[in-house]
Write a protein that binds this ligand. Sequence first.
Ligand code: NAG
Ligand code: NAG
Ligand code: NAG
Ligand code: NAG
Ligand code: ZN
Length: 316
Amino acid sequence: MVWTAAFLMIFVLCAGSEDYCYDEPHCDPYAWGDSFPLCHPLLEHHHSPINLDQHMIRNDSLGPLQLEGFDEIQTGHWTLENDGHSVVLQVGSGMEVSGGGLPDVYYTVQLHFHWGGPATNGSEHTVDRRRYPMEMHIVNMKSIHPNMSAALDDPTGLAVLGFLVDVVYADNVHFGHISQKLSSVAYKGQTTKVKPFPLLSLLPKHNMSQYYRYYGSLTTPPCSQAVVWTLFEVPIYISWSQLAQFTSQIFSTKEDAEQVTPLQNNFRHIHPTFSRTVTASRDAKLLTGTAGQPPRLAASVLLLQIVLCGGFTFKL
Ligand SMILES: *[C@@H]1O[C@H](CO)[C@@H](O)[C@H](O)[C@H]1NC(C)=O
Ligand SMILES: *[C@@H]1O[C@H](CO)[C@@H](O)[C@H](O)[C@H]1NC(C)=O
Ligand SMILES: *[C@@H]1O[C@H](CO)[C@@H](O)[C@H](O)[C@H]1NC(C)=O
Ligand SMILES: *[C@@H]1O[C@H](CO)[C@@H](O)[C@H](O)[C@H]1NC(C)=O
Ligand SMILES: [Zn+2]
């Protein structure tokens, strides 16, 4: 009896350690470090997301990126999936990203989204503390790596292109390629085929040479510090109703779950930049807003919290 209970407990603990969430204290982003050690926000660790402010240095050699195959219609089909944490579009092979100061050629693997709720914004990166309604991530893997786990062991193994998403009244017809398919992946584990379309049509038409660059981590477990981040300055615009399809019609639970839970606020909290520099591309219009907290002060507040809380389970 005792043994059964012990085994059951180990089983529950192990099962619990494999998944993460955004909405319950035992598995939310502040608790990820308990199950995924790399997610601990230790001093001088390079985590994402961050707040982008005017503490940036321009680098005139950061010109436009090369987006190979983004303007073509790829063969085969793509797959849209609700993995319980986001909606992910697996885009197969045929596209690659290079230039713009990236250390290598990167193959495009997938794109996915982070959003808020019906009344809250949910971008991961903030700009002068402003959180945008949504953020899109295009994930690219360094071409020398045979698989994702090898890329996650390389400090520049992934190049993620981040796009802030803002809201206007008019529908974005290109975004319809994805938003029209969302009802087929409302529940966790559901997948649907998507006819390939030129990925470039999702991106801002102009000003793609205006971006910010820094070195950080995955914003989901295992939080590997393996990402060269490129955040584009000009947002993508979609309509309120297209946004609402994400915030109220996607669920983090399976279709047959007793209680259905909407997938909302699937963003990780902001992390300190510490000694990192964020660089602005040659064409970026540097931020002009009010100053955020100086990095040194942020670091000492964090240190104080570690001392006062006696551990790393504090909340920033
Ligand atoms: C500017 O970017 C280039 C290309 O990535 C890099 O080689 C160089 O070190 C950067 N310069 C500074 C001052 O960061
Ligand atoms: C949320 O997004 C809206 C639309 O872009 C913006 O007007 C508002 O300032 C944002 N709110 C916060 C708290 O950043
Ligand atoms: C990933 O690639 C590395 C390096 O070649 C290899 O050692 C490892 O076994 C591969 N892992 C998987 C899961 O295929
Ligand atoms: C886009 O680029 C043009 C030309 O450089 C510039 O005039 C305009 O201000 C830029 N737009 C934004 C939103 O940064
Ligand atoms: Zn992401």
